[in-house]
Ligand binder design. Structure first.
Ligand SMILES: Nc1ncnc2c1ncn2[C@@H]1O[C@H](COP(=O)(O)OP(=O)(O)OP(=O)(O)O)[C@@H](O)[C@H]1O
Ligand SMILES: O=C(O)C1=C[C@@H](O)[C@@H](O)[C@H](O)C1
Length: 334
């Protein structure tokens, strides 16, 4: 499959490729209409309008509405501000403002098991950073006349699907300002890491009970690796959980190569559903920022050296070079 017509990503461009030929899919960012919304609460986001010269174009203002009356605060919550939507909104803005200039357009690759929320969180993250968003599964579907992943698996096989996935990862990697949500199995191929590690790779890590609940709710038939050989009439959540356990066992070592790991764990009223999307995004932004700031400090430290005898260097005069004489003479000869 050739992806040679990949368009330079333009934020906000609607998904293209409808009816695209399998051999020449035009890749454009999947529209990311999801603003800063939490699954549980009413968040709203507002982007600052760029008024020439008055507002830095990278600024994103996230406003969070008040938490509904009566929402209990969970004692011992390790991230208590996640339960205070005003505070969470402020914190997202704070970390985004610090991160964006130092991120310098570096791509963010989301990896993780099925159901970890890579697409859901990825869209919100792209929105917040004003990055374009790609979902490799969606791009493959678009490039195949919108056939769902499960059908492509059934008709073309998993190997073919993995080749498409690798091709897309390769083609996206030289671009900048992208959030890319990868398929759960993208981590299996070393060649994919070669491309993803040009950016920052973040693992969304949740326990398999949580993931199974989510994928069962979506319908496991959408995920061919989970649906295969599922006994009829079985509890789909249990089927999914058993398969996810096996897959995670095989894949953990690959996911652990990620630059940052973000837990999906929810607390208090989010114990079952996992952390709300906005909270996961905040954890992600913070982890990426920590990484980027550490790298910046490391680079600054490397530059923090003194040259012994610097004074001598400054006053040193060029001595006559043995090579200089004859060459100089030659250059002057007619
Ligand atoms: N923070 C969240 N809280 C509750 N539900 C969520 C959250 N994030 C995602 N979900 C739900 O979980 C399901 C899986 O999410 P999503 O498709 O984003 O995961 P994914 O990692 O991209 O999965 P896959 O790799 O299988 O495509 C969806 O139904 C989504 O709405
Ligand atoms: O975990 C996996 O191997 C997969 C995850 C999905 O995102 C799809 O990429 C596909 O169903 C395979």
């Amino acid at each position: 499959m050739s992806m040679s017509t990949l368009q330079r990503p333009v934020a906000g461009v609607a998904a293209a490729g409808q009816g695209a030929q399998r051999s020449s899919a035009a890749l454009r960012p999947v529209a990311s209409p999801v603003p800063f919304t939490a699954h549980r609460a009413n968040f709203s986001s507002k982007r600052v309008l760029h008024q020439a010269g008055r507002v830095a174009p990278s600024r994103v203002v996230v406003r969070a509405e008040k938490a509904p009356e009566g929402v209990a605060r969970t004692p011992g919550h390790p991230y208590p501000w996640e339960e205070d939507f005003d505070l969470l909104g402020d914190k997202v803005k704070e970390v985004t403002d610090q991160l964006l200039p130092d991120l310098r357009g570096c791509n963010i690759w989301l990896v993780g098991m099925m159901g970890s929320g890579k697409s859901t969180v990825g869209k919100m993250l792209a929105n917040t950073l004003k990055y374009a968003f790609f979902d490799t599964d969606s791009v493959i579907e678009l490039a195949h006349d919108k056939r769902p992943v499960s059908q492509i698996f059934a008709e073309e096989g998993q190997d073919y699907f993995r080749q498409c996935e690798s091709q897309i990862i390769k083609e996206l990697s030289p671009y900048r300002n992208l959030v890319i949500s990868t398929g759960g199995g993208a981590v299996l191929k070393p060649q994919n890491w070669g491309y993803m590690q040009l950016g920052i790779v973040a693992w969304l890590h949740g326990d398999t009970e949580l993931l199974a609940r989510r994928v069962a709710k979506d319908g496991i038939e959408k995920r061919p690796l989970l649906a295969a050989d599922a006994p009829e009439g079985a509890d789909m959540e249990q089927v999914a959980k058993a398969k996810l356990d096996t897959l995670l066992e095989d894949r953990r070592k690959y996911y652990e190569n990620a630059d940052v790991v973000v837990t999906l764990e929810g607390y208090g009223q989010d114990l079952e559903a996992g952390a709300p999307t906005a909270a996961v995004m905040y954890r992600l932004l913070t982890a990426i920022n920590d990484k980027v700031q550490a790298k910046k400090r490391e680079q600054a430290e490397r530059m923090n050296f003194t040259i012994e005898g610097a004074e001598q260097l400054r006053t040193m005069r060029t001595m006559e070079s043995p090579a200089g004489g004859p060459q100089a003479d030659a250059s002057q000869s007619p």
